[in-house]
Design a protein around this ligand. Structure first.
Ligand SMILES: Cc1ncc(COP(=O)(O)O)c(C=O)c1O
Length: 467
């Protein structure tokens, strides 16, 4: 029996057993240790490598568990036949880095975090149990590629009553997230389409245009929303907008610009608007903002929304409402594509909505987020005029601007030093601008108490006192 010559490193951040396991695994997958070969006993290999027998035991145990070697009682350990590519290298270092990174952060103002304490687990569990019941066997098979009709009917009903969206369930396509639906939209709009994007705007969808090799023209956003005049003067044929609550500035597209935008869309057959209505459920002041889709007479709005904010981002359920002219193109292009959302999840959600829990959950969350927002703004007010805020009528984040002369980078670093993660507005722009720095301050994921603590700590770190 050959001894295994394995070079171990004592100074690296990887336990010895893992190094031994890893080296033997690689030698097996590379064919250097042939199938059927007998490995040295734990004692002999331990002595040879000058490590304890327990270390070898751990390494062999891992190799046995993953099927690389087998243990035959009273005989020894033998290399097993493995299927090609049966093994995927674990990405341990990345995971450790993330955990370490998170450890040093006490308060994260991410605009994407939701309140996880108020999720209706009891109802969700009840519907999950019902759906996983044996009588639902047919849910084990593939369903409607556009999403099961039960869910699409609920979405259509909800959209009509809460957003004034006028559509039939047949126009709705359910998919696993906005960024998963966007490439489908891009494909049906064809290679000739040129996109206008809001600047600042939602980086994820902007990346989707880029990755799909589509030209995207940034259009400036001011306090009335996207500058429709600039859009009209551009070569864009498709406008991707967040009119009810512009991401990230929080402005609402003014009535005049809404009309102008819809007129631009109906002026040419190949013009379309992609209306991303991602968090319209959470509006705390003023009148509800009607959807552009509901105002549109020209069948030129593609309406997109998601359950990421209203329920949970990990659910990965979003949907789009296609104008009839594009629905036909969609059916032709994606006839063989199954839905990207598991049917069990679709049915849990459909039942949750049908029994009125979704509306109840939204009412509850609106109150919770409103209270958090109030706490946030009340904590900020005494620090004026050194800081000011905007975008506080809707959603789960506001924009805070700092008037102390420091740069975005300096303020971000100062915050990180005291365990606060910030999101500078410049990262949402196509080109960063100099001037007074602004930050997205997400409050959804923080408790009322931690909002007050986080803001007071932040102001202290920035050297700003109450006035
Ligand atoms: C503008 C915008 N659109 C869409 C989404 C949600 O995307 P998804 O459905 O992929 O979670 C977000 C989430 O933060 C958003 O900010």
């Amino acid at each position: 029996m050959e001894m295994l010559v394995l070079k171990l490193e004592k100074d690296i951040d990887m336990p010895l057993y893992e190094q031994i396991y890893e080296k033997i695994r690689v030698d097996i997958t590379d064919g250097k240790l042939p199938v059927g070969m007998k490995l040295p006993s734990k004692r002999k290999l331990g002595e040879f490598l000058d490590v304890s027998q327990t270390t070898i035991e751990l390494a062999y145990g891992q190799l046995i568990a993953e099927g690389f070697i087998s243990s035959i009682p009273r005989k020894g350990f033998y290399v097993q036949a493995i299927e090609e590519l049966a093994y995927v290298r674990p990405i341990k270092n990345t995971k450790m880095a993330t955990i370490e990174e998170q450890d040093s952060i006490d308060f994260d103002f991410s605009p994407g975090h939701i309140d996880t304490d108020s999720f209706p687990f009891t109802q969700w569990r009840k519907y999950a149990k019902e759906v996983i019941d044996e009588s639902s066997k047919n849910l084990l098979l593939l369903g409607d590629p556009h999403g099961d009709i039960e869910l699409r009917q609920e979405i259509a009903r909800y959209l009509y009553h809460s957003r004034g969206v006028d559509c039939t369930p047949e126009q709705i396509i359910v998919g696993s997230g906005t960024e998963q639906l966007m490439p489908l939209v891009i494909r049906i709009l064809g290679t000739g389409a040129t996109y206008a994007i809001e600047d600042p705007g939602y980086p994820l969808t902007h990346h989707v245009f880029f990755h799909n090799n589509r030209e995207a023209i940034p259009i400036h956003v001011d306090d009335e929303g996207i500058d429709v005049q600039s859009l009209q003067q551009s070569d864009a044929t498709i406008a991707y907008v967040t009119p009810s609550h512009q991401f990230p500035t929080g402005t609402v597209l003014s009535a005049a610009r809404r009309t102008a935008l819809l007129n631009w869309a109906s002026s040419q057959e190949e013009h379309f608007i992609i209306e991303d209505d991602y968090d319209s459920e959470f509006r705390y002041a003023g009148r509800p903002i009607p959807s552009l889709q509901g105002m549109d007479k020209g069948d030129s709005v593609i309406y997109l929304s998601t359950f990421s904010k209203s329920l949970m981002p990990s659910l990965r359920i979003a949907y789009m409402v296609l104008p009839n002219v594009l629905l036909e193109r969609y059916k032709d292009a994606f006839i063989h594509y199954a839905s990207t959302v598991p049917r069990l999840d679709q049915h849990i959600l459909a039942r949750f909505m049908a029994d009125g829990h979704f509306s109840r959950h939204l009412n509850k969350m609106r109150k919770i987020y409103k209270r958090k927002l109030q706490t946030l703004t009340e904590t900020l007010i005494p620090y004026a005029p050194h800081v000011s805020f905007s975008g506080d009528e809707a959603g789960m984040h506001i924009i805070v601007t700092v008037h102390t002369g420091e740069s975005e980078q300096m303020l971000t670093t100062a915050a990180e030093k005291v365990g606060i993660r910030l999101y500078g507005l410049n990262s949402y722009r196509t080109t960063p601008i100099l001037g007074e720095p602004s930050f997205l301050i997400g409050f959804g994921g923080l408790s009322v108490h931690s909002i007050t603590d986080a803001i007071n700590n932040l102001m202290r770190a920035w050297g700003i006192r109450k006035t």
